[in-house]
Design a protein around this ligand. Structure first.
Ligand code: SAM
Length: 311
């Protein structure tokens, strides 16, 4: 009898040990996986959201460079995508007087972020939500901050161009946005940070009064770069060095009598010329409606993921 009980006990102990080994193996596998939010015991029985980017914190000197590059200031509404423990948004609030929203799929990091915001004394100006960045409305942001991955940036790119107001700034730690070249870049603590200013959409035909004579300005836009021509009764003249930065438009118009540098400001369906030498600066009005595709991205890039990247 005694021996039978001992045998059962040994079997139970062996079974318990096997279960523990299995749990340790499962936890080990979870801890090795970069796309799981958590490698804690409770992750073995709670559903874990799959991350598009594993957690890694941005260092303070890199955060300072990001906030400098984006010129974050009081009144800015910063949306921090994949906020982690909230350090970028908290620095934007604490050091720059901004407010905003941080989103992350990891509820534990979001709890840490809220606690850190309390400690930093900025909890009244920042909110943190456990939320998918792909389901976060970007429209209210004047600044978007991110430390994600190149393919995640590329998935966000059409939404950034469509949802953010022209002139809004996007700043990314380490990764670029494909053929949408950054408007500025900086280096800090061995890392690269990139800035884009969301351009107004100016593709299409615009009425333009060249020295009082009606003519048509045809603009083609690829992100912040502009090409095009001016069609007048006398001929067709190319434009060069064309740029859109936020709502600002600038280019050089090569006319028979010499080149003219133009600068204007887009306001809805008008360009108000701030500088148009040799001509009365009548505002230009958009001719026809803007094609829907132009509101989303520039002309579709031939190979979205190919080609050299700026990082
Ligand atoms: C590289 S970390 C950056 C953390 C923080 N922004 C920083 O720079 O210190 C990326 C963050 O994105 C979060 N993340 C990954 N996929 C996400 C998604 N689909 N929606 C929201 N957050 C996500 C991860 O949990 C992680 O905290």
């Amino acid at each position: 009898m005694e021996r039978a009980i001992t045998g059962v006990r040994m079997h139970l102990a062996a079974a318990a040990l096997s279960l523990l080994m299995l749990a340790l193996l499962a936890l080990g596998a979870r801890c090795m996986s970069l796309t799981q939010t958590r490698c804690a015991w409770n992750s073995l029985w709670t559903a874990q959201p799959r991350l598009d980017v594993p957690y890694a914190g941005t260092r303070p000197e890199v955060i300072a460079a990001m906030l400098n590059l984006a010129a974050v200031r009081p009144g800015d509404h910063v949306i921090d995508l994949g906020t982690g423990d909230g350090r970028i948004l908290i620095a934007a609030a604490r050091d720059r007087g901004a407010g905003g929203l941080g989103v992350d799929l990891d509820p534990v990091l979001i709890r840490d972020a809220r606690a850190a915001a309390e400690r930093a004394g900025v909890a009244s100006r920042v909110r943190f939500h456990t939320q998918d960045l792909f389901e976060t409305a970007l429209g209210p942001a004047s600044v978007v901050t991110m430390f994600l991955l190149p393919e995640v940036n590329l998935r966000l790119r059409p939404r950034i161009l469509a949802e953010l107001e022209p002139g809004s700034r996007v700043v990314s730690h380490a990764f670029g946005m494909g053929e949408w070249q950054p408007d500025a870049a900086a280096r800090a603590g061995g890392a690269r940070v990139y800035l884009w200013v969301v351009p107004a959409q100016v593709s299409g035909a615009w009425q333009y009064a060249l020295d009082g004579s009606p003519s048509t300005l045809h603009l083609a836009q690829e992100y912040q770069r502009l090409s095009g021509r001016l069609e007048t009764g006398q001929g067709t003249y190319p434009i060069r060095q064309g740029f859109v930065r936020g709502t600002g438009v600038s280019f050089v118009l090569d006319l028979p009598g010499g080149s003219r540098a133009l600068q204007g400001q887009v306001q809805g369906n008008q360009i108000r010329w701030l500088q148009c030498p040799g001509a009365p600066c009548e505002p230009s009005t958009r001719l026809g409606t803007l094609p829907t595709s132009a509101l989303k991205e520039g002309p579709p890039p031939p190979a979205a993921l190919a080609g050299p990247r700026p990082w």
